[in-house]
Design a binder for this molecule. Structure first.
Ligand code: C2O
Length: 546
């Protein structure tokens, strides 16, 4: 195994999109940021230097970080942010993960522009469980505001209203030809004619689940979230923010150019969203050059309607592990968490300008009616490790405080959560089953739920209220897919299982950033096991102070 050293300088860089230049926060002046390429088993040492005027942290999305929670990155959870002028070195080893992950800022809305691909090749001497592709290309889907994203969320936080939706989606940082001033810069992705090529699709968008399709081409899914999957063929992908999907594409069509297009899957009814379409061009290489003057018109794919939940759900249902897997049984922790929005009523005398959500409220969101508030003078992990009292409590409820018809017409009394820094404590090695249940409070919505420090098996998904008597019949305990982010269906539920074998404090949240801002998050506190190999390592000396 190798050790890779990198330096990430976080800095403001002028970036021109949609006819206007914005001073954009980037890594090393690149947007999207640098692609990291490693092999399974390698170690990464990345020194992050903050030359921007915002606090920043970097999260290595999907990396298990076994015993190295200090390198995970979410601000005020595993570390205090790197302040302007400061630096911090992230050190971690990739352990038994192969495929595509990514990295992104985990501070306010900086990840809108601070993100990049993390590609994990098989160990030296081993190979892919599929035909070796001729070419491999990362396809990063993003979201662009014709504004400073930090200002967008700050304004929304001040007023309590929903933030402005984005002005464009992007593929590898470019909106593509359907947007103003963008066609010259449309990204071209080369494929070799007649060959099989690998696209590593990453949804790095801030707040939007996305459909993606390619004109005239079928896609064969072979991996997702850095674990291999039983291959299946599809004409459309749906990725929630945080998810990655590796697809093989065989260039078996007449040599030419084909559109890659992505647009919103929007499950929340009546909510504003960016209804534009981003494009890139798939271009056949080693094809006979067209005669001068002859332009090859790219072929456009058909994309599902923005509200096509049937297609989104059918796609998720196709994922399987490549073979029978070892699913945790004899569950120690049977958890049931609601995920959904809420509204805070503004107390009398509270400034009206701060209550511009629906009917003079402020938007909020919660799990089991607890809206997460992060500490500001400690990270939770430091407080735990040093035994600092008063930073968090460990009374996160294992089941909702009251049961109700989650996807029905929820009584207004249940719309207002409580705020707190509540953790759920797990013993080392405990076997966890977690039902994630969407609610229809304010609006039902598909929530891409991500757990830090863990991969988990998705053993079932469905619509309506999860029924513990009958829905267990739907459990796949043979070959369920392993993921780090699960799209909990709108007005529905998902059941996941994992073994708590990684000590530390691990954030679990909706990967729609506006929902994190509103508190749709909680954290697990996983205790050390016996001996050094089951315990969290000691903190690095350069851990940033708060
Ligand atoms: Cu990719 Cu906490 O997130």
């Amino acid at each position: 195994p190798e050790t890779h050293y990198h330096e990430f300088v976080v800095q403001a860089t002028p970036v021109k999109r949609l006819c206007k230049t914005h001073n954009t926060i980037t890594v090393n002046g690149q947007f999207p940021g640098p692609t990291l390429e490693v092999r399974n088993g390698d170690t990464l040492v990345i020194r992050v230097i903050n030359r921007a005027r915002y606090n920043v942290t970097i999260h290595w999305h999907g990396v298990r970080q076994l015993r190295t929670a200090w390198a995970d990155g979410p601000e005020y959870v595993t570390q205090c942010p790197i302040q302007p002028g400061g630096s911090y070195t992230y050190r971690f080893t990739i352990q038994d993960q192969e495929g595509t992950l990514w990295w992104h800022a985990h501070s306010s809305w900086l990840r809108a522009t601070v993100y990049g691909a993390l590609i994990i090749y098989p160990r030296l001497g081993s190979s892919y469980p599929f035909t070796k592709p001729k070419r491999e290309t990362p396809v990063l889907l993003g979201e662009w505001w014709d504004d400073n994203p930090i200002d967008v969320i700050r304004r929304a936080t001040r007023t309590g209203a929903a933030p402005n939706v984005s002005d464009a989606y992007t593929i590898n940082g470019q909106p593509g030809d359907l947007y103003n001033c963008s066609s010259q810069d449309t990204v071209i992705i080369p494929v070799d004619s007649g060959e099989t090529n690998l696209l590593r699709v990453i949804n790095a968008a801030l707040n939007q689940e996305l459909f993606l399709a390619i004109g005239n081409h079928q896609l064969t899914v072979v991996a997702a979230d850095a674990s291999y999957k039983k291959p299946f063929t599809t004409s459309v992908l749906m990725l929630g923010p945080g998810q990655t999907t590796d697809v093989l594409i065989t260039a078996n069509q007449p040599p030419g150019r084909y559109y890659i297009a992505a647009r919103a899957y929007q499950s929340a009814q009546g909510a504003a969203f960016d209804n534009t379409t981003t494009t890139a061009i798939l271009e056949y290489k080693s094809a006979p050059c067209p005669k001068k003057g002859l332009t090859l018109q790219p072929v456009f794919p058909s994309l599902p309607a923005y509200n096509d939940t049937t297609t989104a759900t059918a796609f998720a249902a196709k994922f399987r592990s490549p073979s029978k897997v070892d699913i945790p049984t004899d569950i120690d922790e049977n958890l049931f968490f609601t995920v959904g929005l809420g509204l805070f009523n503004c107390p009398p005398g509270f400034s009206q300008s701060r209550c511009q959500g629906p009917n003079g409220t402020r938007f909020t969101a919660s799990m089991n009616n607890v809206s997460l508030v992060l500490p500001s003078s400690f990270s939770i992990l430091q407080a735990y490790q040093q035994g600092v009292p008063g930073v968090y409590t460990t009374d996160f409820p294992p089941v909702p405080p009251v049961q109700f018809d989650y996807t029905g017409n929820v009584s207004r009394a249940l719309w207002q959560p409580i705020s707190g820094t509540k953790l759920y404590k797990l013993k080392y090695g405990s076997k966890v089953q977690l039902v994630l249940q969407d609610t229809s409070i304010v609006t039902a919505e598909n929530h891409p739920i991500h757990i830090h420090g863990y991969d988990f098996y998705i053993i079932a998904e469905g619509f309506g209220n999860f029924n513990p008597q009958t829905d267990t019949a739907k459990f796949n305990l043979v070959d369920p897919p392993m993921r780090n982010t699960v799209a909990v269906p709108v007005n529905g539920w998902a059941v996941i299982r994992f073994v708590a074998d990684n000590p530390g404090v691990w954030l679990m949240h909706c990967h729609l950033d506006v929902h994190i801002t509103w508190g749709l998050a909680m954290a697990f506190l996983v205790e050390n096991g016996e001996g050094e190999l089951q315990s969290l390592q000691s903190p690095p000396a350069d851990l940033p102070p708060c």
